[in-house]
Design a protein around this ligand. Structure first.
Ligand SMILES: Cc1cc2nc3c(=O)[nH]c(=O)nc-3n(C[C@H](O)[C@H](O)[C@H](O)COP(=O)(O)OP(=O)(O)OC[C@H]3O[C@@H](n4cnc5c(N)ncnc54)[C@H](O)[C@@H]3O)c2cc1C
Length: 403
């Protein structure tokens, strides 16, 4: 299985061994403060959401503004158009053991699946029109004009070999998380291209050419644009990593929370706005995030029904943002049904005006010739399906008795 750039770094970091360089520190959680601040967070990517979450737990009044119609930013799980419950990570793939995002995943009750690399399977390099298969204990031979010790290596092994030196040397340049990092003495590395550095280490031109095919587009258009300091820093940060994880069901589940639960609330609210009462629709589902809805009647329902569907969702979104404590993040998806506009319903249920119930109900409860009426309107409580089921059964009995 070809590995991603991140998978590669994960493996390479483990191969390079532990280093004194801290890749990530264990961050303290925000303490609750005595004074509550109003905070607007712009952007619902991992950074914005982490800030919003911590501030919220710290007792502050937080609102998150997101330009896209979904939270997560570059943490983005693709579920469509795959079937069978499969999904793919289009953004953040592996959450390294040093990633504070793992704490959030655990906090939100998400399952973390450790990444496993199967050392018993082979890898393939396809170079200069040739497929070279490397199996454990049976390395293939790379084409081209390579140094003797380079020939029986895979491209990823070549990279590990030539990364070792910069990572070890980087230790002399200070600690990655020091406040004054990068110091002035890092400038020389900053000015060095990866090609020049590998040349200086004695890598053969063909070995450099092969290594440049692997991941280097992520660091610039060519090895000449790839900055030694950036790459060495990234590699060094991996020496702290003991493994990687993915969130079962998709990494973006970390960014989709039932934000009301952080405040010990049920997600519902009674409002005097047009959307009426807010309801949490997914109390029975343990999916990522949840769905908040509303049910509204009468003039307010007419006002909402007059809007285009996206306008109705937007209205609810705004009211939720005001009525419930944040940080509230919303997905683009939203749906509405205006029952009053549904041709075969013309409303949600019947309301009897004063003075109309007795006569109307008597009229529709009576058979009219061979026609019997059933439905919630006929039963005791319009608007509840128990009346519908019950009246259907009564009508069946009445008809059966005639047979
Ligand atoms: C292909 C790919 C693979 C990756 N692989 C990994 C990996 O394996 N592991 C890992 O840990 N990380 C990985 N990452 C990186 C990870 O996705 C990012 O580090 C992380 O998402 C950055 O979070 P952020 O909040 O800083 O920015 P973003 O995730 O970009 O979030 C910024 C948010 O701000 C919003 N925004 C921007 N401008 C405005 C505005 N004017 N008003 C309102 N909202 C605005 C954006 O819409 C976005 O939602 C990968 C990224 C990519 C693209």
């Amino acid at each position: 299985m070809p590995v991603s750039r991140r998978d590669f770094l994960l493996r390479a970091g483990a191969l390079l061994g532990a280093s004194a360089l801290p890749g990530a520190t264990v961050l303290p959680r925000l303490r609750s403060s005595r004074r509550s601040a109003r905070v607007l967070v712009v952007g619902a990517g991992p950074a914005g959401l982490a800030a919003a979450w911590e501030l919220t737990l710290g007792g502050h009044d937080v609102r998150v503004f997101e330009a896209r119609a979904r939270p997560g930013g570059r943490t983005y799980t693709l579920r469509e158009p795959f079937s069978g419950g499969l999904y793919a990570e289009a953004g953040a793939m592996n959450l390294l053991s040093t990633n504070p995002g793992l704490e959030y995943a655990r906090e939100f009750g998400l399952d973390l699946v450790p990444l496993r690399f199967d050392a018993s399977v082979g890898t393939v390099d396809f170079l200069r029109g040739r497929r070279i298969v490397h199996r454990p204990g049976a390395p293939g031979t790379l084409p081209g004009d390579l140094a003797v010790d380079e020939r029986e290596m895979s491209v990823s092994q070549l990279q590990t070999k030539y990364y070792r030196a910069p990572v070890a040397a980087l230790e002399g340049l200070g600690r990655l998380n020091d406040p004054d990092y990068p110091r002035d003495d890092a400038r020389e590395w900053d000015a060095t291209s990866m090609r020049d550095y590998w040349r200086g280490l004695g890598a053969s031109p063909d070995a450099i050419e092969f290594m440049s095919r692997r991941y280097f587009p992520a660091y610039g258009r060519s090895l000449d644009e790839a900055n030694l300091l950036q790459i060495a820093r990234e590699m060094a940060s991996f020496t702290q990593v003991t493994g990687g994880f993915r969130v079962a069901g998709g990494n973006d589940r970390i960014t989709r929370t039932r934000f009301w639960e952080a405040h010990g609330l049920d997600g519902g609210a009674v409002t005097d706005t047009a959307v009426g009462s807010i309801l949490h629709e997914t109390t029975d589902q343990r999916a990522e995030g949840g769905i908040l809805g509303s049910m509204t009647y009468g003039d307010r329902a007419d006002a909402l029904a007059a809007l285009p569907p996206e306008g109705r969702v937007e209205w609810l979104r705004q009211v939720v943002g005001q009525a419930l404590p944040g940080p509230a993040t919303f997905d683009g998806a939203g749906a509405s049904v205006a029952w009053g506009q549904e041709e075969w319903s013309l409303g949600g249920h019947v309301s009897w005006r004063p003075g109309t119930l007795v006569d109307s109900l008597r009229a529709i409860r009576r058979p009219h010739g061979r026609i019997h009426f059933a439905g919630d309107t006929v039963g005791g409580i319009p608007g509840y399906s128990n009346a519908a089921f019950a009246s259907g059964r009564s009508v069946a009995e009445a008809i059966a008795a005639l047979a």
